[in-house]
Design a protein around this ligand. Sequence first.
Ligand SMILES: CCCCCCCCCCCC(=O)SCCNC(=O)CCNC(=O)[C@H](O)C(C)(C)COP(=O)(O)OP(=O)(O)OC[C@H]1O[C@@H](n2cnc3c(N)ncnc32)[C@H](O)[C@@H]1OP(=O)(O)O
Length: 194
Amino acid sequence: MSGRTTALTPPADARPPVRHPEAPAPGEVIGAHYDNCFGCGGGVPHGLHLEVRAGEGVRVTAEFRVREAHQGAPGLAHGGVLATALDETLGSLNWLTRVIAVTGRLETDYVLPVPVDTVLHLDAEVSAVHGRKIYCTATGRIGGPEGPVAVRADAVFIEVKLEHFVNNGRPAEIKAVLSDPDQLKVVRAFEVNP
Ligand SMILES: CCCCCCCCCCCC(=O)SCCNC(=O)CCNC(=O)[C@H](O)C(C)(C)COP(=O)(O)OP(=O)(O)OC[C@H]1O[C@@H](n2cnc3c(N)ncnc32)[C@H](O)[C@@H]1OP(=O)(O)O
């Protein structure tokens, strides 16, 4: 038995992911999608401040330095924070497909404890797409991109329209985003490249 649930296994007729022709070039830093995002935003003092780079194909890499604010056990990263790092890295794959998708299911394996000050080297890729479902995986390694795996995740993201955020987000933040030219650039990247 593989240990993976059916919901995380692409069906037989799933197709390979397609990299959008205007995806950021391999090596290019993918900026924060929202300044107040706990995963990538620069405006959240105790956030993860994840820096994500586009990779080849439909793949991204990211680095996350575990800080004191991220502890669970003394001197060790909180498991929920590590899941957030995996989730955010997986969410950044949106920028390579130019499809907006949100986490539907995220299954995380914790393999090694991760001490404060560790730089976690994350790597995520889309494995398959079936309708609105995007199947993807991520790993976080300690010490370097080839270091030992500390955490890994399998996930299904579900494609949504921009209305998902407009209709469900708190009105004050939605209004602020829609009146911010930098944020609108992010939104338009998806609107003009459906
Ligand atoms: C401007 C840029 C900003 C871009 C901003 C990007 C931010 C990224 C941030 C990091 C990522 C996050 O944390 S995102 C935040 C955390 N996630 C969320 O808040 C999502 C909350 N959940 C929802 O809103 C909803 O449940 C959805 C949208 C996921 C699905 O609802 P729906 O749209 O009604 O879809 P539904 O018809 O039920 O299902 C469609 C298909 O998906 C499958 N499906 C649905 N849910 C699941 C699931 N949990 N696990 C597996 N599969 C699922 C169904 O079986 C179906 O397959 P079939 O029958 O077609 O085969």
